[in-house]
Design a protein around this ligand. Structure first.
Ligand SMILES: [Zn+2]
Length: 200
């Protein structure tokens, strides 16, 4: 079985003959790592079609990263529910990412979000998102950050882990405190992004 289409035919035949063994074999084949990575939408669609819910879940995280224009090619196979779930995952992730970026832009997000988990650090000076550092350049680095964030928002995709934030221009002659603050802010965003739903 060297193509997804062949696999699909085998699955369909196996379903027809109610052959559990053939079905299991075909499903395992469909879960191949390279197919998942290179053609996640096809794998996802077929998983939806054949009601392989574990495989649908597994492939959805990669499928959602594909451009939305491509989704519709597979609409007939993945079905309305499959499409809805993918849209749902997409929207939850994108909204979550926007929220993280919005909260990061003040360098103050730690106060709102981490207070429950980090109650032991009562003085708050080790807040993940910024901390207490201030110097003559604080407003300049915040400005630089807000430009970075606003720019990222214009190209942001649901599959992003916000690693794009690492591509920040550090040639600003920033003091150590500012760089630490910047680093913490980036780290905070990435950790938050990781906690967003990855799958349907
Ligand atoms: Zn500074």
């Amino acid at each position: 079985m060297d193509s997804i289409d062949t696999t699909a035919r085998v699955i369909r035949a196996a379903l027809g003959y109610q052959s559990t063994k053939a079905l299991t074999l075909a499903r395992d084949h469909l879960s191949r790592r390279d197919w998942l990575e290179e053609r996640p939408l096809e794998v996802y669609s077929m998983a939806c079609f054949f009601k392989f819910s574990d495989l649908a879940k597994l492939s959805s995280g990669l499928a959602v990263k594909r451009p939305m224009e491509e989704w519709h090619v597979h609409r007939a196979v993945m079905g309305r529910t499959g499409m809805e779930k993918l849209h749902e995952l997409h929207d939850i992730r994108l909204e979550g990412l926007f929220e993280i970026l919005d909260r990061s832009s003040t360098f103050q997000a730690s106060e709102a979000s981490e207070s429950s988990e980090r109650s032991e650090g009562s003085e708050g000076s080790e807040g993940l998102c910024g901390g207490e550092h201030t110097c003559n350049d604080t407003s300049r680095i915040r400005h630089m950050w807000s430009i970075k964030v606003e720019h990222l928002k214009t190209t942001l995709e649901a599959g992003s882990g916000l690693l794009e934030l690492f591509e920040v221009d550090l040639r600003g002659g920033w003091c150590e405190g500012c760089l630490v603050m910047l680093g913490r802010n980036i780290q905070w965003c990435i950790v938050q992004a990781r906690s967003l739903p990855q799958n349907i």
